[in-house]
Design a binder for this molecule. Structure first.
Ligand code: GTP
Ligand code: MG
Length: 370
């Protein structure tokens, strides 16, 4: 607060109001206990009485998210998180679909991906890859920007009949900004008008130099329709992932990133999260953004209930107090009281920020974390 009554200040200091008034009189200020003084005066008084000024800071209440790293010996290999990006209709969802051999595209309204879907695929050699499907519509640029944040590898889908388009370039730039390696999937090679070589050449203009052009960016010709090249794509993802030596500690309280969240009519607030480290379990209490909650159920990408989710695993979380924002970090805390305290503190802080500051852009948010 900018101003405080003398009485209130006295109460907080554990001093008598009259003593404060006397001290103020000595400082040439004529006030009564019920009058207000400004912050500078209050601080001066506090010092005069030999007290310490305590400001409530994030460190007092909030969770320390300074990302202390886990000891090397606790780390275990984890699946790579792969964001599938590219221009609208270049075949991102179809490609993922073919990899999962299910039918996501058919269920989508108008065939345009509305959310970031998160799926895990098990490869032939039994290793797992987590895929994030990102929307290709221009209005979802910000969501895509976020997509790269939790991402280890970006698969850039370029339709061989359409070539490099504005959102192809955007995806390239996002991957570069996030320092994430790219794998180029040249899709729709089954089409007669497909020209994969032209795609490779045009990528040079954006400083993406694929192997065939004597660069080091991996590229694969694929067809989501016929299934051609899909094994090759998975193999290259595995190869790229191996180079990254991805690890996380599974045996600790979980930290997870929200990839999408919404209010579900029947189930209440639901968030799809991607576990960064630790293991998220049913019954865990947590804070996510300025919401608190307790895991009532965890649902995997097949729609099945699971008891827990380890690093790189995408799951739906039920049991949230409200809908968090995509990009928010979910942190497991010791008990519900603590979860509520942190959530309340963050809510208050958010309200203050909203009135004081212009909203920060997604891109700022995105570059700070990870
Ligand atoms: P957004 O989510 O809207 O950005 O689109 P998307 O990139 O996910 O594309 P989607 O998978 O919805 O495919 C768009 C259209 O291209 C659909 O009609 C697909 O059937 C078609 N398509 C995708 N992959 C191929 C392919 O390899 N060959 C052919 N011939 N058609 C394809
Ligand atoms: Mg799609």
């Amino acid at each position: 607060p900018e101003v405080i009554t003398v009485a209130e200040l006295a109460k907080r200091m554990g001093e008598k109001g009259a003593d404060l008034v006397k001290e103020l009189f000595n400082l040439d200020m004529m006030v009564t206990v019920n009058q207000t003084i400004d912050q500078d005066t209050a601080e001066l008084l506090v010092e005069q009485f030999g007290h310490n000024i305590q400001k409530v800071s994030d460190a007092d209440v909030d969770i320390d998210t300074s990302e202390e790293s886990d000891p090397e010996e606790t780390l275990k290999p984890r699946a790579p998180v792969v964001a599938v990006m590219g221009h609208v209709d270049h075949g991102k969802t179809s490609l993922l679909d073919a990899l999962r051999k299910t039918s996501v595209t058919k269920g989508e309204a108008g065939g345009i991906t509305q959310h970031i879907g998160a799926y895990q695929v098990t490869t032939k050699d039994k290793s797992r890859v987590t895929f994030l499907d990102t929307p290709g519509h221009a209005a979802f640029t910000q969501m895509r920007a976020r997509g790269a944040n939790v991402t280890d590898i970006v698969v850039l889908v370029v339709a061989a009949d359409d070539g490099i388009m504005p959102q192809t370039v955007e995806a390239i730039n996002h991957a570069k900004a996030a320092g994430v390696p790219l794998i180029v999937a040249i899709n729709k090679i089954d089409k007669p008008e497909a020209n994969a070589q032209k795609v490779r050449e045009r990528l040079l203009e954006h400083e993406v130099i694929v192997e065939e052009m004597s660069g080091d960016v991996l590229d694969v010709e694929v067809s989501a329709k016929t299934g051609a090249g899909l094994d090759d794509l998975v193999e290259k993802i595995a190869l790229q992932a191996e180079l990254l030596e991805l690890k996380a500690r599974p045996d600790r309280d979980a930290e997870a990133t929200v990839v999408e969240a919404q209010l579900d009519k029947g189930r209440g607030p639901v968030a799809t999260v991607l576990v960064k480290r630790g293991t998220l379990k049913r019954g865990d209490t947590f804070v996510v953004g300025s919401q608190s909650g307790k895991v009532r159920a965890l649902i995997d990408d097949q729609g099945k209930q699971v008891k827990e989710a380890g690093p790189s695993m995408p799951v739906e979380v039920l049991g949230l107090g409200g809908v968090p924002n995509a990009g928010d970090l979910l942190t497991v805390v010791e008990n519900e009281a603590r979860a509520r305290e942190v959530a309340a503190y963050r809510q208050e802080r958010d309200t203050e920020k909203r009135t004081a500051l212009a909203p920060t852009s997604f891109d700022t948010m995105f570059n700070k974390s990870n």
